[in-house]
Design a protein around this ligand. Sequence first.
Ligand code: FAD
Length: 276
Amino acid sequence: MIPPIASRFVAGESEAVALERARRLDERGIGTICNLLGEHYDERGPADADTATYCTLLEDIAGTDLRACLSVKPSGIGLDVDESVFRENLARIVDHADAAGVFVWLDMEDHTTTDATLDAYEAEARAHDGGVGVCLQANLRRTPDDLSRLADCPGKVRLVKGAYDPPKEVALPSEQVDDAYRTLLAQAFAEREGGIAVGSHDPAMIATADRLHAEYGTPFEIQMLMGVREPAQERLAADHEVWQYVPYGEKWLSYFYRRVAERRGNLTFALRAIVN
Ligand code: FAD
């Protein structure tokens, strides 16, 4: 059972609760991005087990008419074991997803994994002519080049500010990340043939995407996390395509700590859930 302290950010422990959440979001016009919690496996067993769980979830989603997709962390399906394990498991998931007609996102983890993640993404996206997307982080200096590399690759790109803390040789100073994000959005709208996802809760970034959409006509979607600015998600869904990232699974503790660590307000909210 997820305790009340964490239930703002994590749907529950099972596929059934993730799908129940998707049903409720669907009624509010919001799509669901399901993420099975679990990362940094250093043995093959749990990575293969989570891959199998994702394949079952894909079949479950295909049996509904819900607007739901997956987002997968490379280290949750074997990248820390070996790149070949990650590639094999990703191929299994994407093949299943293709058959089920469900979209698959690849999360981006710390900067040491960027090349392996983009190589695997590009291979799957080209092999399946889309159906997959990858996350790019605005706080990395390399990202404008990565975005250009993917300009003509089928599939989608999710732009985020970056949740990790890369060393300064590869990272932008934090005060430059918002400007970098806006510049990357402009590049994406000008260059990209495939889809664009704005993975941000920041109203200024969404306003920039709205302006660029008016200029270029390129469609885009907005993605936000479960438990963060949910009233805004509902408002935006009236005239935007909005997706909510919904983590679930037994390994919820470290994800919950991360959410609390990034915002003091989240701790207050979580503690209130215990007191009430
Ligand atoms: P911020 O400037 O951090 O926040 C803007 C405003 O949003 C804040 O003032 C606050 O009002 C609100 N807000 C933002 N975050 C929170 C929060 N946690 N709790 C409460 N309020 C908040 N990062 C990666 O490195 N790799 C990924 O694969 C990845 N995938 C993501 C997928 C999705 C759908 C989303 C939404 C984010 C993802 N991130 C990922 C995280 C991202 O990099 C940022 O760390 C996170 O989104 C906060 O940045 P922001 O753009 O929302 O802007």
